[in-house]
Write a protein that binds this ligand. Sequence first.
Ligand code: SF4
Length: 484
Amino acid sequence: MACEVTIKTKNIKSTYFQTPTIVYTLRLSYFSKMNAQNILLINPWIADFAAYDLWAKPLGLLYIGKFLRRHGYKIQLIDLADRQRWGNSKSLTPISGRGKYHKTIIPKPASIAHVPRHYGLYGATREQFISELKSIEVPNLILVTSHMSYWYPGVSETVKILRDVFPESKIVLGGIYATLFPDHARQIIQPDYLMTGYGEKQSLQLADSLFGITRDDSAVPNTLDSGILPWDLYPRLHVATLLTSRGCPMHCDYCASPYLNPNFIQRTPEDVVAEIVHLYARMNVQEFAFYDDALFTNKKHHISPILKSIINHKIQAMFHTPNGLFARDIDGGLAQLMKESGFKTIRLSLESIIPVIQTASTNKVSTHYFECALDNLEKAGFQRKDIETYLIMGLPGQKYSDVEITIRYVFEQGALSRLAAYSPIPHTMYWDMAKKSGHVWDEMDPLLTNNTLYPCATADFPVEKFMELRQLSNQLNANVKSKT
Ligand code: SF4
């Protein structure tokens, strides 16, 4: 049975879900006897039909690690998706940049058993994971993060092994899946504690309570974005993933970012550059991936000074933007700065040229802005055939022809299309629409939201048609790439 225990501090009340209070009291005395305040951070396996590493790092977990370390805790990290550490499927030698993960095929869960594709865990092998766990100091507390909700079988497998190897350690689950599907996560993963929302201060308060530490945390902020993340926890680091901000000022009707990050906060340019300089000069990091949702917002006071400073520091690195950039912010000056500072991978958000979908996308882009951005990037020295454009497909109510004409439009502009299949996410307007059309329901298995399944397919726009669109995009992209 799970019950709710509330830990009160001077001004802040944090709530965790855990086993009954009497057990909690025993745990307190168990932890109080521990000398080392040793916390293990775990980035779990991805479980899916396919997965590809686009410089991903568990940033939320690293922010928590930085926070806990600043408050005196000893931190260890095992990132099961760290390809540089574990290798990929072809060879177990470290490979930098983006690429395929090693895949361990596992039986498909019953609800997706009908899908004719191999299902697997991506990242370290079981043997690598267990061997690593046996080589480290026994942690008192383990913080496990989670990402895509439909990857939860990877979390479940990870936690099973953690329980086997460290039966005495307490396990906390947080992250996106835990926040979006807390009841499901509590039932399936059965962590000792489950956290929703931002984890920095919550983790500190929980750790303090478990370790019997008395601290006046009334002045401790809920989050802390400034400073250098604990990159030293990675044994090898060729590419660093950065956030210059938290959240997004837009409110697209299909996106959970506004729910997960209620406020949009930007770090100072000086703080961002200090982290880049540290990684480049001291850790020999040559590539950086900005993972911001809205990297170019407030550009005059944010990205422009960041890029100018990178140029002034003579940093000869490559910069990637795997999340879509807002085209309307790319004027001639910004395009020039992007070129001079070393931007390599550029992805723009377009989503659709259909007005109703542009409105659902907070009107963050129009064909006019998109074309201006392409012109400006080209004048700055980028090639259109190297610029990828995110297009969304599979929204409730979206038609095949809506996607097709958007793909063809991007082709006519000389750029590459990159189709992003829609996955329904709770707490969004489009989740409610998908609910009304019967494609999702409140107690559904999150596995069924996997975009590989095209969850909102209809008789008029069936899965086969999605495959046709992918083929069309691939074919037109090949034509664009072949142009000299
Ligand atoms: S701009 Fe991107 S991150 Fe921001 S709300 Fe829209 S889809 Fe989400």
